[in-house]
Ligand binder design. Structure first.
Ligand code: DAH
Length: 342
């Protein structure tokens, strides 16, 4: 029995080292170990020559060996089946299929591009939570409870705590950064925001913004305009028109919105520009002195500007996308068209 056990050890090593390169080698292995005249069968045949008191131990050794031999075979048999399904025989000498790399999401491409542009102007990135409290999303920004402008943004509240909500804009991060009081402030806050909107080609219940905030001494509306002109030119080149429209936001005074001429229809009118030839891409203004005071900043000494850019809008214009639902459908045919370098 000792001899046989030694022999089995040698076979085990042979099996461990076995790496078939072709289907033929695998078949040779099967015949050698598992065939009707194979080694496993032959070893079981030795059972009769083993003394009775050793039969149990020998049987265990044999069973373990059989499982090992079969396991190895099944492992490669499976590979072979997969190979056959893919339309070719197992050939392990073939180079492995390369891992297909994904592509960046178009929203990420545009967000990164925007970040790079503002970084060149000295802005750094700040972040805040997506589940926000009422103070930072609304009250600190001059949207006290019952303020009619709260209706401009339909809000998702968190069920068990009415003080919590999904932030409706990245302006909430402004309030957080201002509270820290490290002046001057020059930040952008890219992030996801949520609103209880009916989903359509132009609106979704979540989307992305980049908030910007610059607070220092002597910051003027001219600085704001120049910063945003620089931004859109870096983003879209020079072949389009820009306009500022007076607007209203509770957190800025004066306030404006910036439109650019529709790059999808060239100003002829389409669903993205609501047939006006213009697409609003951001809201902005001079930070309301009351907001500075709400956050503990001396509004006599400091002034500032702020803006909030819609990333979906930028992306639609850049890539001529007419329906923003495409961004969240995860259809690879759509997603793999965008090869971002940043
Ligand atoms: N928070 C506004 C919105 O989501 C956008 C905005 C407007 C941000 C004016 C600002 C701003 O910082 O100054 O519609």
């Amino acid at each position: 029995m000792e001899q046989i056990v030694q022999q089995i050890e040698a076979y085990k090593q042979e099996i461990a080292a076995f790496q078939p390169k072709t289907a033929d080698e695998l078949e040779q292995y099967r015949i050698k170990f598992l065939g009707t005249k194979g080694l496993v069968k032959a070893l079981f045949g030795e059972m009769k020559s083993v003394p009775n008191e050793q039969k149990k131990e020998f049987g265990q050794i044999l069973n373990a060996f059989k499982q090992l031999a079969e396991g190895k075979y099944e492992e490669f048999q499976q590979l072979k089946d997969e190979g056959a399904q893919a339309g070719h025989e197992l050939d392990l000498t073939l180079p492995a299929e390369p891992h297909r790399l994904g592509t960046r999401h178009p929203i990420s491409i545009l967000r990164n591009k925007a970040i790079r542009i503002f970084e060149r102007l000295g802005f750094t990135i700040a972040e805040g939570p997506e589940i926000e409290d009422d103070w930072h999303n609304f009250t600190a920004l001059n949207l006290a409870e019952n303020h009619p402008a709260r209706d401009m943004q339909d809000t998702f509240y968190v069920n068990h705590n009415p003080d919590w909500l999904l932030r409706t804009h990245t302006s909430s991060v402004q309030a957080r950064v201002m509270e820290q009081g490290n002046l001057p402030i020059r930040i952008i806050c890219p992030g996801r925001v949520y609103r209880n909107e009916t989903i359509s080609a132009r609106a979704h219940c979540f989307f992305h913004q980049i908030e910007g905030l610059y607070i220092a001494e002597n910051v003027s509306f001219a600085d704001l305009k120049q910063t945003l002109y620089y931004f859109v030119q870096e983003m879209f080149g020079k072949d389009f028109k820009v306009r500022f429209r007076p607007s209203y936001f509770p957190f800025t005074e004066p306030s404006a919105e910036m439109d650019i001429s529709c790059l999808i229809c060239g100003g002829e009118g389409c669903n993205v520009c609501k047939h006006t030839g213009w697409v609003e891409i951001l809201g902005c203004g001079m930070v309301h002195p009351q907001i500075l005071e709400n956050c503990g900043i001396d509004s006599k000494k400091y002034t500032g500007f702020a803006f909030g850019i819609g990333i979906e809008r930028l992306t639609m214009l850049k890539y001529q996308i007419k329906d923003l639902r495409l961004f969240s459908e995860n259809d690879l045919r759509f997603l793999k068209q965008f090869q971002g370098t940043v």
